[in-house]
Design a protein around this ligand. Structure first.
Ligand SMILES: Nc1ncnc2c1ncn2[C@@H]1O[C@H](COP(=O)(O)OP(=O)(O)OP(=O)(O)O)[C@@H](O)[C@H]1O
Ligand SMILES: [Mg+2]
Length: 338
């Protein structure tokens, strides 16, 4: 079936057309099904609009989504849309409530006009399934590290549709920590890509804390690390900002990699999956991949186009949800969980 998916949970307006086929794998071995072909995926970023405010302004995001959605639909250039698609899918949460409503209202109207079913999708399931867009074979059990602007979650997956949360952040999410430290360094929003760029010019020579690294729990905490950077910059005003960026980035990576590896060992994982906006970080990808190789387990990360918010991953999650026979209410649910 072909799914037209809509994503507006934060500051990216995205529409995608994805061909979805196959069934859910029956056993633990990840067969190659279901399969996806991303036919179109357009992402329109609102970064320029929110940048002066140092973060996303929900009411502005809503206004921009409402303006952008019909434009992007036009840009997809799908003739005879009614004949080309079998369902419409839309993110219902988690996310910014006004932004979510913009997508939901648009999707409802479109589905009604085309007389197609509408599937409400959990944005975090979208991130999780961004990995299967590549039609890879994932062997289970797997450890999934979901690192984004609002979430840092470690999951143990026994199949594509069954998982248990091992731990999550107790305060700031990994992406949020990147964004806040970027602000301390005078870098623009969003901070992740900026820190990555600056870190490449420096060395990780400052020994920032690795929060909760040695604790048994699989939870994370990044706000203390952010405070450590704040104090370091206050006490060392002439410090190399590139070294600070590289040292901060390394501290985050060390914690994420150590906990993922420990979980993979404890649960006999066959694979490690990385996803969410922070999975765009090249150093994180490199270190986690090397750790997985050392453990002798598979490593999966989405192509760069599908790390941060996009509608293709929402289509994949919608299809898998449909195969499971599950439904989400078609209202904005800003606190929806995995
Ligand atoms: N190269 C990078 N290195 C580190 N962080 C990055 C990189 N690229 C993006 N990020 C971070 O990823 C986050 C955005 O990811 P994403 O779009 O998945 O978050 P979100 O949708 O706002 O939050 P959530 O998915 O939790 O609801 C931002 O915090 C951004 O700084
Ligand atoms: Mg996201």
């Amino acid at each position: 079936m072909r799914i037209l998916a809509i994503e507006t949970s934060c500051d990216d307006t995205s529409l995608a057309l994805v061909e979805c086929r196959g069934r859910l794998p029956a056993g633990r071995q990840g067969l190659k099904t279901p399969r996806f072909k991303v036919l179109k995926n357009i992402i329109s970023s609102q970064i320029k609009i929110h940048r002066p405010f140092g973060g996303v302004v929900p009411t502005l995001a809503k206004r921009e989504h409402i303006k952008n959605l019909p434009k992007i639909l036009q840009k997809l250039k799908i003739e005879n849309l009614k004949l080309k698609i079998d369902a419409v899918a839309v993110t219902v949460g988690p996310g910014l409530e006004p932004a979510l409503w913009a997508g939901i209202e648009f999707a409802k109207e479109l589905a009604k006009k085309l007389n197609k079913p509408l599937i409400g999708v959990n944005h975090m399931e979208g991130h999780l399934y961004s990995n299967v867009l590549k039609n890879i074979r994932i062997d289970f059990p797997a450890i999934a590290l979901v690192v984004s602007g609002g979430h840092t979650i470690l999951l143990k997956m026994t199949s594509l549709t069954k998982w248990k949360k091992l731990g999550e952040t107790r305060d700031d999410a990994a992406g949020e920590a990147f964004d806040k430290v970027a602000r301390l360094l005078g870098l623009p929003y969003p901070g992740g890509p900026e820190i990555q760029k600056l870190a490449a010019e420096g060395k990780p020579v400052i020994n920032f804390p690795r929060p909760m690294l040695r604790e048994k729990s699989y939870d994370f905490s990044f706000s203390g690390l952010k405070t450590a950077v704040l104090y370091y910059l206050r006490d060392n005003p002439t410090a190399s900002k590139a070294d600070v960026a590289a040292s901060f980035q390394q501290a985050v990576i060390d914690v994420l990699v150590a906990k993922s590896v420990r979980a993979a060992r404890e649960y006999g994982a066959e694979s490690i999956l990385l996803c969410g906006g922070v999975s765009a970080n090249k150093a994180l990808r490199m270190f986690l991949q090397a750790a997985a190789k050392k453990l002798g387990v598979g490593f999966f990360v989405p192509d760069f186009e599908f790390n941060t918010d996009n509608a293709a991953m929402i289509a994949a999650a919608a299809y898998i949800q449909k195969l499971r026979g599950r439904k989400n209410r078609l209202i904005a649910q800003s606190n929806l969980t995995l």
